[in-house]
Design a protein around this ligand. Structure first.
Ligand SMILES: [Zn+2]
Ligand SMILES: [Zn+2]
Length: 244
């Protein structure tokens, strides 16, 4: 399987080590044709992109695109869920700058209001102690994510099932309807062959990403490609695969 794009990479605008240009050069070296710069969403406590930097990121990317006709750079954010009814940390003003929207569950996010902390993080920790709460919490986390992808145009759900537990089968069913791709993240090993088969059965589309936090990791897809192939996925089910 051959991929033409890496749609999930971090830079110094959150907690990556490379600049936008470093990631672009790394992607070109790996023979890719497209890259997305997707630093952490605005309400991530420690790594979130500062809102006032979005304009500069956009300008930097526009200039690179201007000078590279055979390579495309997209600006995105890896957004966060911020409320128990599925709001995310992306508003109309920030959306103006975006080419692509990623969404994933993360810890250390500034949520909206105390009930959301109780509902999302509180239950997450309780469910680690109480087995009886675990399944209920898993379903409620899934509902929140499904609400979010219905409310917003989300292109990709990053590392589904990692950090905060979700019913990935039910999520896949909803994602197939909203046209949201499920990420096979090359860095995290949360996905299993069985899960990919179930999700594919619901008609979900996938994307294989590096989630690189340093330029040398851009385009590192080895683990994810192996998994996709073991699950029998074809290039037509993976949005960034060269179609064969
Ligand atoms: Zn993430
Ligand atoms: Zn990431």
């Amino acid at each position: 399987m051959k991929l033409f794009a890496d749609y999930h990479t971090h830079t110094i605008y959150s907690h990556g080590t490379g600049t936008i240009m470093d990631n672009v050069n790394a992607a070109k070296k790996k023979g890719l044709k497209e890259i997305a710069i997707t630093d952490h969403g605005l309400r991530h406590f420690t790594y979130g992109v500062k809102r006032e930097k979005l304009k500069r990121m956009r300008e930097e990317i526009d200039e690179i695109n201007e000078n590279n006709k055979d390579f495309k750079v997209l600006l995105g954010l890896e957004c966060n869920i911020i409320s128990s009814d599925g709001q995310i940390d992306l508003d109309d003003e920030a959306m103006k700058y975006m080419d692509i929207v990623l969404l994933g569950y993360h810890m250390m996010v500034r949520l909206k209001g105390v009930p959301s902390y109780v509902h999302i993080y509180g239950r997450h920790y309780l469910s680690k102690i109480s087995k009886s709460m675990a399944e209920e919490t898993r379903q409620s986390n899934t509902d929140i994510m499904i609400n979010a992808i219905k409310k917003y145009k989300v292109n990709i759900i990053t590392h589904p099932g990692a950090r905060i537990s979700m019913d990935t089968g039910r999520l896949a069913e909803a994602a197939a309807k909203t046209g949201t791709a499920l990420e096979i993240n090359s860095k995290s090993n949360i996905m299993t062959v069985d899960y990919l088969k179930v999700a594919a059965g619901h008609g979900a589309k996938f994307v294989i990403n590096s989630d690189a936090h340093k330029p040398e990791d851009v385009g590192n897809f080895r683990n994810a490609i192996k998994l996709a192939e073991m699950a029998g996925l074809t290039s037509h089910q993976i949005i960034n695969a060269v179609k064969s």
